[in-house]
Design a protein around this ligand. Structure first.
Ligand code: GDP
Length: 297
């Protein structure tokens, strides 16, 4: 879907930039195409509509039609409007992790990349910020998931909470907190269990863990390729659990525009990081400028 959006917008703006002067109708036609392109990129209708309206108001206010290079000016206005929507409050990638040990709760659906992202972020905190990090898996239903986190921990040189069979997630969260305090860790990360879809049991479990951990950050990991579904997932988790930010994974795939735009517009939550592959280094700070640039092509 990303390629469609990018190509389509490039096509529109190519035509605009080649023309000398533009009539108001030209601008309207271009913006209509922008709207269609956004919808095709799986941006929701209200978001696309609001976005185009904002751009139209700006374009009219800045009398684009009188400009010598109207096409370029429209491109700039669209670009700036994209950045506006995509930018959250605060520094991109910043986390509230003062007051050691700071708990970070990782939530999301199964297969979203939650465990991988937990380890990637732990590695980043260790290497970039010099933090001592402890990771704990709370996925008691899937022993393989617990082992996966342990293996990743060994690989990146980050400690994991020893696995004790038969413990429930709340008990593990409490043990992680104690271990983090006693062990002098700066941060402890709780990798909660996922499900294939949102259900009551999952939400109740995450809620119970949240209540004992009192996390400084609750990061929702969502698959950036799932478009509107990713946005619905975020709305659900935010309503029930309260999230402080989003990590969009699989941004190395095709869906690099629409999900990010809708996510920001609908949830209002900052996108903090993006996953760009399976490797442990493939996590980057979310850069609104770069994503806007990619959307425009
Ligand atoms: P979980 O069930 O949410 O914990 O998901 P996992 O962390 O086990 O990830 C599921 C699969 O997605 C694994 O094969 C990961 O390597 C892969 N994955 C995670 N993040 C990314 C990403 O940003 N890009 C790509 N291409 N693959 C990813």
């Amino acid at each position: 879907m990303f390629e469609n959006l990018s190509e389509r917008l490039s096509g529109v703006f190519d035509r605009l930039t080649k023309q000398g002067a533009l009539s108001e109708d030209d601008v309207k036609t271009a913006l209509r195409e922008v709207r269609v392109a956004l919808l095709e990129a799986d941006v929701s209708l209200p978001v696309a509509r609001d976005f185009v309206k904002a751009v139209q108001d700006k374009a009219t206010g800045q009398s684009v039609t009188k400009s010598v290079t109207p096409g370029q000016q429209v491109v700039k206005i669209v670009h700036d409007a994209l950045v506006d929507v995509l930018r959250g409050e605060g520094e991109p990638g910043s986390l509230k992790i003062d007051n050691a040990p700071a708990p970070i709760l990782m939530v999301g659906l199964q297969g979203s990349g939650k465990t991988t992202t937990t380890a990637k972020l732990a590695k980043r905190l260790k290497e970039k910020d010099g933090k001592r990090v402890l990771m704990a898996s709370l996925d008691v239903n899937r022993p393989a998931a617990m082992e996966q986190l342990q293996i990743l921990g060994t690989q990146i040189g980050v400690d994991t909470l020893p696995i004790i069979k038969g413990e429930d997630p709340v008990t593990i969260a409490k043990r992680a907190k104690t271990q983090a305090s006693l062990g002098g860790y700066d941060v402890y990360m709780l990798d909660t269990a996922g499900r294939l879809s949102i259900d009551e049991e999952l939400m109740a479990q995450v809620e119970a863990v949240r209540d004992v951990a009192n996390p400084r950050e609750t990061l929702l990991v969502v698959d950036g390729l799932t478009g509107q579904d990713a946005v619905h997932t975020a709305e659900n988790f935010d309503e029930r659990i309260g999230i402080s930010g989003v990590v969009l994974t699989r941004m190395d795939g095709d869906g690099r525009g629409g999900a990010a735009l809708s996510m920001r517009a609908v949830t209002g939550k900052p996108i903090k990081f993006v996953g760009l592959g399976e490797k442990m280094d493939a996590l980057e700070t979310f850069e609104p400028e770069r994503v806007a640039g990619r959307i425009l092509g």
